[in-house]
Design a protein around this ligand. Structure first.
Ligand code: ADP
Length: 485
């Protein structure tokens, strides 16, 4: 519904290739649905092979010119993009909620969070320093310089349709690399709106492209084309492994942000109010559909009942509703398949002895709305503890000792985020160092910040996003050995 937008020009349903909006050479389109109502929000153009190849060729042609733009000038363009995103945050949030379902306030938060990466990397563009190395021979000078890797591609999920793109495009463009964006098929409109603002900011033709369409076909071209030198992917571990294998054929740089199975540990000495607030923020954000959502809540026996009582009050108070409704705190899940997975996990847990303390089933609003759910008596061997639920279910596992908690927490092939609550300084260090995760929140459930390195260990991924480390995914270190001087 364009009438909701102050600037209807931000709603773009075409592909963006070589600086032009195009319906694509096949002329095919796919419906973008509002998960809260099932209404068709837009009909997004679908790229065919030729369109994707053309986007890559355009990026390849634009790469040398973009690499030559001086760092301060790239920084100014990115800064303008950042300012336009912030100035249009309301419209971008409206588009995001319409295609993804999350509450409008959360959508607005995502837009500003994503914009933060563009701002941060606009600044960082000027700081991609190299080294001057003390020479090992008279008449010789040694340098290491950072250069853009070349054309980059991003493949991103529907849970953060805007921020996941910006945290890749920010560092890529700052480093001097063009980027081809392949958004999730559920949420392409956030991507095209960002591209439209990129045009207005003065990002040159070919430097930013958006292709939407059949994921496997687009992924195959982006991972096989020799001009694409870096691929940054956020999504499922399964697809990440496939893309990594496909990228091996041309030895691309790959950055992967994959699934998690985040533990959130509440120790006996925790500040329980902080622990409940942290668990709520981490678990129920985006209806539980984030890769850093607490997936297992481990509570020490001494505070188990007190913690569960308070958590139950908070869970029951959550307001479920259409994201456009004032005060709505939890929107619909993205799809019927997402609801089915949540139901499977609850069913398995209850069948194996867990207790439902709150929620437990579909919400009376229908469609893919689901009740905020609290389970106790969950054990580490249940499906809900082994797999990422990606829904609004808080499963509580009781434990007795610190060693036991660490062992349970680390007993997973994943290693993205972990959280724990304690007021004991020694325990802070012991547990912080023992957890095999890339991101650890202590006494907080919210850890995202563009200035900090985010990423996983084990099967949760490779590479880091955010901070000065995030730009490394888009640069190569060249050693220059200059002799005869
Ligand atoms: P999710 O379960 O969050 O949808 P996916 O890994 O399936 O996770 O999706 C994340 C992104 O990966 C989306 O943009 C999706 O279109 C894309 N994708 C899915 N399958 C493939 C594939 N075979 N090749 C390339 N991209 C894919």
């Amino acid at each position: 519904d364009r009438t909701r937008l102050r600037d209807p020009g931000l709603l773009r349903e075409d592909l963006f290739i070589d600086g032009e909006w195009t319906p694509g050479s096949a002329g095919e389109r796919a419906d973008v649905l509002d998960p809260a109502t099932g209404a068709v929000v837009a009909r997004m153009a679908a790229a065919n092979e030729a369109d994707v190849v053309r986007a890559v060729e355009a990026a390849k042609a634009a790469a040398p010119g973009w690499a030559r733009v001086t760092a301060p000038e790239r920084a100014r363009i990115l800064r303008r993009w950042y300012e336009l995103i912030v100035a249009n945050a309301d419209d971008l949030a409206t588009i995001l909620t319409a295609e993804q379902g999350k509450p409008l306030a959360e959508a607005r938060g995502e837009i500003l969070y994503g914009a933060g990466f563009v701002e941060w990397y606009a600044e960082e563009a000027k700081r991609t320093y190299g080294d001057v190395i003390p020479t090992n021979a008279a008449g010789r000078r040694l340098l290491a310089v950072r250069q853009p890797v070349g054309v980059s591609a991003s493949i991103t999920p529907w849970n953060f349709p805007s921020a996941m793109i910006l945290r890749k495009a920010g560092p890529a463009l700052a480093a001097g690399c063009p980027m081809i964006i392949k958004p999730a098929e559920e949420t392409p409109l956030s991507a095209t709106a960002l591209a439209e603002l990129g045009v207005r900011a003065g990002i040159p033709a070919g430097v930013l492209g958006v292709v939407s369409g059949e994921p496997a076909m687009i992924g195959e071209i982006l991972t096989s084309h020799p001009a694409v030198r870096a691929l940054s992917f956020t999504g499922s571990t399964e697809v990440g492994k496939l893309l990594m294998a496909q990228s091996a054929r041309t030895v691309k740089k790959v950055a992967l942000e994959l699934g998690g199975n985040a533990p959130l540990i509440v120790f006996d000495d925790a500040d329980l109010d902080a622990a409940v607030a942290g668990a709520m923020a981490s678990k129920f954000r985006n209806a539980g559909q984030t890769c850093v959502c607490a997936n297992r809540i481990l509570v020490q026996s001494g505070v188990h009942d007190a913690f569960v009582d308070r958590l139950r009050v908070a869970v029951e108070a959550l307001k479920v509703g259409n994201g456009f409704e004032e005060g709505s705190e939890q929107g619909p899940l993205i799809s019927p398949a997402a609801v089915a997975k949540v139901e499977r996990h609850i069913g398995d847990a209850v069948g194996a002895g867990a207790t439902v303390l709150a929620g437990g089933g579909r919400h009376e609003l229908g469609r893919t709305f689901f009740q905020p759910t609290l389970l106790t008596g969950v054990r580490p061997d249940m499906l809900i503890s082994r797999e990422e639920t990606f829904g609004p279910v808080a499963p509580v596992i009781a434990f007795d000792t610190e060693d036991e908690a660490i062992a349970i927490a680390n007993d997973t092939p994943f290693g993205l985020a972990a959280y724990f609550f304690t007021t004991d300084l020694g325990r802070t260090w012991r547990v912080g160092e023992a957890l095999e995760f890339g991101v650890v929140g202590v006494n907080t459930g919210l850890i995202s910040y563009e200035g900090a390195p985010f990423g996983g260990v084990k099967e949760s991924g490779l590479g880091r996003e955010g901070s000065r480390h995030g730009i490394d995914e888009f640069t190569e270190l060249k050693y220059l050995c200059v002799d005869g001087v």
